[in-house]
Design a protein around this ligand. Structure first.
Ligand SMILES: Nc1nc2c(ncn2[C@@H]2O[C@H](COP(=O)(O)OP(=O)(O)OP(=O)(O)O)[C@@H](O)[C@H]2O)c(=O)[nH]1
Ligand SMILES: [Mg+2]
Length: 418
């Protein structure tokens, strides 16, 4: 009797254990099916995003949709749906997506800043008559006459160094025994380099404000300048630099004068993988585009917002007022960390007048000297800094995406003395 009860109990236990084991095996295979289904759904969503992005870059879509929360949700929904029928993990009619992982946004490394500075030096050294070299040739003469000193001053003025700075430099050079004594070329070079570096400002902080501690997030940069100086091109090149530092960048096309201006910025955006906020209507209020761009940058928690503005002549008061408005309206959303004045290095002293008026209208925190590749007159670096009291932060060396270098005083002076 007792034995039968025992057998009964053992049988029940054995059956229970068998049931538990079968159950857990079933559960594990169900989980595996769930994970697999989820992975497949994610791969499909990723591939779809990649396709959309490629289409947008090819100009088929208006803007690159970011791999947004909506896309992630779609992936999850698909996974959940699949999880509801784990027993039939693969439906043969499911669209077959390529198994390739989603391509990360193309982020080939741009040229390093050291290499850009070397290129700056080489470009200056190769330009037809860098003023540093002309100065050096005069100053290495043995007995400098008054006429020679006049030549020194003329050379400086011709190179756009500006009257005040030229006068100061000549005074300094005339006091230097290394130059006025028996001229040893090495000593003359050392003296000249030292004095030019003093003028250019060797220790000035030239970092973009977006790269400093305490920068806003998003950090807003507004590009300003007269027509055709290189604002849009510089915005694109800058965006590329920030993207390479893993920063999330948004650009705003607040140049609404011509539809082509927003198209140009969008082309840069596609090139460097950065979304562009623009207006659909031609002639829209540029301040409202700036406002919208700032709201979007804020919403998306971007790191940097670059706002491109239309070129304008400094003597058009209404256009200059508009710049002030763009700034004020942007600041309803985000503080403006940087206003970069893009100056064409080949414009000469006229650039100075421009710089002063822009500084008054909107405030300038830095200068980009574009097209330095086409000018032997690097002296404008000195005069613009003196006139505005703000540093030259970047120089444009050409039309390509990597043709923007941080302004490096040593490299600059070495280049013009080479
Ligand atoms: N050589 C050279 N060309 C440059 C440089 N920067 C810009 N450019 C060229 O200058 C021309 C004008 O550049 P944009 O960027 O359109 O100038 P912008 O200031 O935006 O012009 P607007 O919007 O019309 O006022 C283009 O052909 C650029 O490729 C540079 O550093 N060097
Ligand atoms: Mg432009």
């Amino acid at each position: 009797m007792d034995t039968n009860v025992m057998i009964g109990i053992v049988a029940v236990v054995v059956i229970a254990v068998v049931l538990i084991v079968i159950g857990s095996l079933f559960d594990r295979s169900r989980k595996r099916a769930l994970v697999k289904a989820e992975e497949e759904a994610k791969a499909r969503a990723d591939a779809r995003i990649a396709q959309e992005r490629a289409a947008a870059q090819a100009g088929a879509a208006e803007e690159v949709p970011a791999p947004s929360a909506a896309a992630a949700e779609a992936a999850k929904a698909e996974a959940d749906k699949a999880a509801g029928a784990p027993e039939a993990p693969k439906t043969p009619e499911a669209p077959k997506q390529p198994a390739t992982p989603t391509p990360a946004p193309t982020r080939e490394k741009p040229e390093s800043s050291a290499s850009r500075i070397t290129r700056l030096k080489a470009k200056l050294a190769n330009s037809s008559n860098p003023f540093g070299k002309a100065l050096f040739n005069i100053l290495t003469k043995d007995n400098l006459t008054e006429a020679d000193w006049e030549d020194v001053e003329d050379t400086l003025l011709l190179a756009d160094v500006g009257a005040e700075a030229s006068e100061r430099l000549v005074e300094e050079l005339r006091k230097d025994a290394r130059i006025t004594g028996k001229a040893d070329p090495a000593e003359v070079r050392a003296s000249l380099k030292e004095k030019l570096l003093d003028l250019v400002g060797r220790d000035t902080d030239r970092r973009l404000n977006a790269s400093k501690e305490g920068a806003g997030k998003p950090s807003v940069i507004i590009m300003v300048g007269v027509n055709g100086t290189g604002k849009t091109t510089t915005a694109g090149k800058l965006a590329r630099l920030f993207v390479s530092e893993d920063k999330r960048v948004i650009m705003g096309a607040a140049d609404t004068f011509r539809a082509a201006a927003a198209d140009q910025l969008e082309t840069w955006g596609a090139k460097v993988n950065v979304p562009v906020v623009r207006s659909d209507k031609g002639g829209a209020d540029p301040a409202s585009v700036a406002f919208e761009a700032a709201s979007r940058a804020k919403e998306e928690n971007a790191d940097v917002l670059i706002i491109d503005t239309a070129g304008r002549l400094q003597n058009k008061a209404n256009l200059m007022d508009e710049l002030g408005k763009i700034r004020r309206v942007t600041e309803k959303n985000l503080p403006v960390d940087e206003v970069l004045l893009v100056l064409d290095a080949t414009t000469g002293q006229n650039g100075m007048t421009q710089a002063k008026v822009f500084a008054e209208a909107i405030g300038i925190t830095g200068v980009v000297l574009s097209k330095l590749d086409g000018s032997a007159k690097g002296g404008i670096v000195i005069s613009v800094q003196q006139a505005l009291g703000v540093p030259v932060k970047l120089v444009g060396l050409g039309e390509g995406p990597d043709d923007l270098a941080p302004f490096d005083p040593e490299g600059f002076v070495d280049g013009i003395l080479a």
